[in-house]
Ligand binder design. Sequence first.
Ligand code: BGC
Length: 728
Amino acid sequence: MKNILSANWIKSPKLSQECEICYTKQFSTEKEVKNASLEITSLGTYVARINGNRVGDQVMTPGWTAYRKRLQVETYDVTDMIGAENKISVGVGPGWKGRYFTGNERCAEYFLGVRETALICALAIEYADGTEEVIVTDDTWVTELGKNVYSDLYNGYKYDPLYVDPKPMDAVVFPKDTNILIDRDGEKIIEQERLEAKEIIITPKGETVIDFGQNMTGYVEFKVKGNKGEVVTIEHAEVLDAGGNFYRDNLRSAKAKAEFVCDGEEHIHKPDHTFFGFRYIRLTGWSDEIKKENFTAIVVHSDMKRTGHFECSDARLNKLYSNIIWGQKGNYLDVPTDCPQRDERLGWTGDAQVFIKAAAYNYDVERFFLKWLADLRADQRPWGTIPHVIPDIFDCDENSSAAWADAATVCPWQIYLSYGNKELIETSLQSMKDYIEYIEMQSRDGIWCKSWHFGDWLNLDASDVGKCDIGTDKDLIATAYYIYSSNILIKAMKLCGEDTAEQEAKRETSILAFRREFMADGRIKPEFATQTACVLAVHFGISDNIAETAAQLNELVTECGHLKTGFVGTPYLLHALTDNGYAETAYSLILREEYPSWLFSVKMGATTVWEHWDSLREDGSMWSTDMNSFNHYAYGAVADWMYGDMAGINVDENNPAYKNIIFKPVTDSRLDWVKASVDTRMGTVASEWKKADGKTVYIFTVPVGSTATAYLPDGEHVLKCGVNEITV
Ligand code: BGC
């Protein structure tokens, strides 16, 4: 990035917050072009064309960052697109407008105090004779209202191919420094897969609905002709209701609608500035015959490389695993989001941190998180708080919630463990320290007691379904998380060669306070005893008698026969059991298919992981009409147990990035075989076990350059590089 620094920010003189603005510039070249590159970014999402041809294959550019401080610039090689007479045109839509819940004025300001969309770009042309020319955005560019006559991330869009702005106007240059411009640091956002329509359904209400067979994130490409002036619409939904009718109440205020104004000509069309979370679409206003082949769902997400694979002898678990993968695809579209469909789609820190370990097995998420963590640091307040969502469009700075804000420690550390990125730890260290210091200010005698928290979000301890955050004591959760994050900070400081004595002393104070306040005789006191409370005391190593607290956890689970945990307890529940001799209970939980369980949604036909254990109930009713996403990856965190315990593939904290591999597979009589593999920085790591003649055959693959140990029922086995087969 260099030429863009001499370009100007331009916008349309028309106040236009909810449509696309098209910026154009014509120019001619008389000499032979040797090289041409376009540096570009926008406030809003842009689609650039030169002489009618789309520049690059990325969508939803420039992605979503902490716009006030960081805006990504892409550089495209456009050498082959330049001719003698040229027209560059850039359509800019609102995209990730700084708005949450349609109509929330507090967030309606665009980025950086600008309410309208805006563009900045520079086209540099190097001629064969050695001369150079740079065309930059300035007031000679023309602006028109674009053919996306309505455009909104949540509501969708209306596209009119015949629309021509009757009054194009010169662009207005406005002052805005270029300090926020950075080269793209995230993954590209790319169209990844194309899904054919599975079925055309005429619902009991008589509506025409197409089922793509998979809940996903992206948009529909469709072929349409229609009669001139006719408006065809496509609305998006994740599920059908109990009566088999199109259901979209759970999208809340997001209209998630595509409208196309027919001109009587045949078009193949897809949107430019939005995406949807859906499995079904409802068609209205179509006079064309509805044919399956005219509709294709295009899956869009960040261009991460798939690294992990898991399979076992139980088809239901394989389906759960597939649902988790789809959850990641659907919610890793530039920012790790809670859900991709309703009027939210935000980078909720809690969701991101509970899922990151699973995510890093499934895909190479290093670059994806380097970007998001840069945004987290950019949005962190000087006094240490981490906003609930990153990028922070809530403008929330007074409070950090335990288990959400801990993304500041958990996420960098996981990226370090999975990929060995020590530089990220160095870069994140101050942010971690500031956050921990904020907690210490919010604590009294080692108990983090002064902040508001989301608690064990969506747990089943509270009898009142509407009370999502009631259940496990919030000070207990917060203090446990302080200890967990302190553990990470101490490891990070050690890695950076810093003295940790003071931090260790503070952590010790909290550990003792936790035990004093919430525990007695190695058990969580009865008034605080929930599954999640035990899970945290065990998994974060806080209890002074881990075996006893784990036994209490096992009792709590076996007494009621199922899990009751929410966002905070669920990710570690099976680990806490398996690590302490209760693998059979852990397996019973993951193999259970009655509500509440992971397999309940699978039994109910889910193709992604749900927000609630009972988003859809057996009788066909819904958890609620509002907060009810069918594509929420948080509970999909269990995939890290599937890789790490069922298949037994683990990194060694002291020698990360799979330089030393710890294989610890845990078998169960209800499964015949399990196999998994992960493509790591060292090469492919694989683990497999299968039952044969009353014995278990283990097969481990260790990449060249790695060391590995397998911990099996008969003891430790030091493995060699290549394939190792051991029968026990
Ligand atoms: C989101 C969650 C998020 C939560 C905060 C919800 O609306 O969808 O996933 O973490 O708010 O508790």
